[in-house]
Design a protein around this ligand. Sequence first.
Ligand code: 6R9
Length: 704
Amino acid sequence: MADVDEAQVSEAQIAVHWREEEYYEPPASFVAQANAADPAIFERFSEEHFPECFKEYADLLTWDAGWHTTLDTSKPPFWRWFVGGRLNACVNCVDRHLATRADKPALIWVPEPEDEATKSISYQELYTRINEFAALLRDFCGVEVGDRVTFHLPMLPELPVSMLACARLGVIHSEVFGGFSGAACGERIADSESRILVTMDAYYRNGELLDHKAKADEALARAREVGVEVDKVLVWRRHPGEYGSQSPMVDGRDFFVDEVIDDYRGELVDPVSMPAEAPLFLMYTSGTTGQPKGAQHSTGGYLAYVAGTSKYYQDIHPEDTYWCFADIGWITGHSYIVYGPLALGTTSVMYEGVPTYPDAGRPWRIAERLGVNIFHTAPTTIRMLRKLGPDEPTNYDYRFKHMTTVGEPIEPDVWRWYHDVVGKGEAVIVDTWWQTENGGFLGSTLPALQPMKPGSCGPGVLGVYPVIYDEEGNVVEAGSGRAGNICIRNPWPGIFQTIWGQPERFVQVYYEKYCRNKESTDWRDWPYFAGDGAVQTSDGYFRILGRVDDVINVAGHRLGTKELESASITVEEIAEAAAVPVIDELRGRAVEMYVSLKPGVPASTDIEQKVSKAIEREIGKIARPKNVWIVADMPKTRSGKIMRRVIAGISNFADVGDVTTLANPEIVDDIRQHVQGVKAARGEVPRELTPQEMEEIKAFGQAE
Ligand code: 6R9
């Protein structure tokens, strides 16, 4: 790469270094029992059968009224699926299972403290609890069809109960990740104009009972500043009857759910039959600039899509014990802890706390004890578990048939540990690429029918036809070795309907770039722009390179952050790595690496040099980092994505921006003091940045 003539440097340079990996075939034992094992399924979902192919997903649901139009494209890009159909999401996830599996556990909740009992909630009990809470919402709070209710709930069963109670009433829920600050919650309350906030007094995290209700007061204050007044705050208690927060209850505004609900014991609420196109929930995701975007998801299309992908890609059978180790405050939890698995009538496991509490064997103990056979998590968790307990899985007697990775590109090295050690070489892996906006998977292998390839998510999923375009809208051919912008050529049922209250922004962010004709009502003219860089190999598999703004341009060479990071973690001592740009007078931009070490490894300049050498070897001299910073941990989002924007701000002595939506905001000051202290001592304080440079750093690596 260092030799490439500058004039020839193009997007291609992002991808060319990542070595091609070997295929792994699914074990025969998996194939023998898989939901999708007949290759005829590819034909059924081929473009020729689009959009009617998605009837197969919709038929997994119980409808009150059938649809007359599978896909209405009359107002692009506001696609409408299953128009004319009516259904209720709660009925589909709970009521309809009562006849055949009332006593089967719907949810198994594992509290963080290991001496506290696990709770198993049968479909019957879930039904009762949802009805009581729905009665409370309707009669005590006066919420009506179409109203929005914000939740700021941690990982307790009260969260799915609250979601499904809203769904039962046709009320739109908007869950804000429990780890977010009160201010972040307040902005989301205001944006969605929720009059009700549902929260919890406290929850366990890393051995500590955190005061959570305090955030509700901050949230309400922030919402009020923007002119939105919340009428009632419903407070679930972690230990019913005992208040675990210091924050005072405000008379006439704050209510303990476990007290008020006594008036609604045993009540049943008729489910509201909703049009397929009615919004089911909002899920906020941050944009590069401006206010957060409330991704609005539909009832029929969304539920059909998560049920279908749960069946074929997660390979969920009702008798499985399925554990998606994610937070429900992230889209992954909505689709693949709650709606998808429950629509299929399986048992879905939820865990309250951190993966490594009290030690890195915890997840494997849970899996062994509960008989989990499907496991689903993110690379950040996998890396953490590998860092703290590389051999722990071998100490436990569990058997996974299937595992998922989601949320970030996974380094092939980490993938192999997941496969060999966590999966004991017996589990199939799906690497699922998708986004909050998408409802469900976009890229993945169909586990019994397509081999796995470490570091690649695979081809587009059934009925989803991706393409890579260059900046001008030309197709970047598979196998060309060139990278570009991955887009989806067609609508699919799980696609979000709009950004809540901002339809113009919806069109502009996701469709404007590659729309061929704004007047056209043909979906073929409206490719969906995902905002991720990708490369496609000749086998049709996609390797996702990260957000398109995560590229560092060093003297005209465009370096993908994931490649730099992947090169860094080939150094044995490194657990995790993040690459950011620094303004450099000579080269325009230079690379700085942040790395965290495996436990017990002391920081040393020797390790810093090893990282530099690895990057030089894997990518080229041009990419050699200006500095390698060894840090205790990286600032991360709720889904464990590294917030490169924050460390880029630190490296450049610039504003780090909003840190209220970090999972670990406290780490920011530690990193800043260390890095800026050393830089100041070395005389590396940069000149003042221009407004453009400032913007660039701010926009860099916007994780979500
Ligand atoms: C589900 C979720 C979306 C962004 C997405 C991409 C990255 C997600 C990935 C992946 C590579 C995968 N991403 N899954 N990159 N391989 N398997 O993560 O939603 O939080 O909205 O993030 O995450 O960059 O654009 P969300």
